[in-house]
Design a protein around this ligand. Sequence first.
Ligand code: SF4
Length: 98
Amino acid sequence: MRRKKSGASPKQLSLEEWENLCKRCGLCCFEKWVEEDGTIRPTDIPCRFLDIVTRECKVYHKRFEVDEGCVKLTPDVVETVQWLPPDCAYVKRIHGHR
Ligand code: SF4
């Protein structure tokens, strides 16, 4: 099997390669508070489906069906949204590639 270079653009990665970037830290699965000026602040309130010990989603394979607020993190989404933590592996990959 031919492997892509580690410096490949995020959009060139296969779905599996993209999903393997995720560190499974669960930081994106906590509620956010939006200030009046638009500043987004993370809270310590987890999504009801996040196992806070293992940091795994309890309903991962059907998360979009059970929680309409769950967002599929594609390269385009990661590039656009402001609420992902700076330590998110996707954020680092996207910003590291600009
Ligand atoms: S914050 Fe990023 S690296 Fe952590 S679980 Fe969420 S998507 Fe994965």
